[in-house]
Design a binder for this molecule. Sequence first.
Ligand code: 13P
Length: 255
Amino acid sequence: MSVDRPRPLVAGNWKMNGLRMSAKVLGDIQAGYTPGLKAKVDLLVCPPATLLYTFAHISVGSRIAVGGQDCHAKESGAHTGDISAEMLADAGATYVIVGHSERRQFHGEKDADVCAKAVAAHRAGLTAVVCVGETREEREAGKTLNVVKKQLRGSIPVDSNSQNLVVAYEPVWAIGTGLTPTAADVAEVHGLIREELKRLVGKADHGKVRILYGGSVKPSNAAELMAVENVDGALVGGASLVAADFLAIAGAYLT
Ligand code: 13P
């Protein structure tokens, strides 16, 4: 790994999974986050909002960050069922995922909505994990790079920098399917993202923004995926619910 690569981040997106008893999983992750791992990789756990406050408390002193999975663009108001970035911060979150494909797909979120949410994250002092990625049809039609470029330009706010922005490339067809792109395909998209970041966050900072790969990351493929150029960590779904698997993925950085 070259010296100017960003410090890796392995993030767990628990999606709509986890009850109070799942605090045990977080405890197990903490217990396995050894000094050796701490020296090499940052960890982030994004549980459902109901567990954020508890998880943030459990994590104090452990260097494991806690994040939300979505936020509303507004600070407060008549938005039944929604949660603001300020509320996430108040509960102890320091990150929030925005624009996950499941939000884009099932809640109709467009790039402008994602951008407004990322702005809200920054307003609340959170780091926004902005997700992008193509569908199977888009990949098969050879549109991947254009789709990702458009999503990046539409979703990343102008005040972004390497401290308040993480980009996650998650091909929709790789999420929860066991399928992953080839290392060469991942390298191509991550290279494009790094190049786009030059114009979106500025030439001085673009190399320090962490670009995560997400989509069927498992202990068995983590080392190969994490070794790809411009891959600065992982956004892990299913495997992040099992402490041993999540730690094994982070362990790809020990070698
Ligand atoms: P899986 O790791 O379960 O494929 O999910 C990826 C994802 O959507 C993380 O945000």
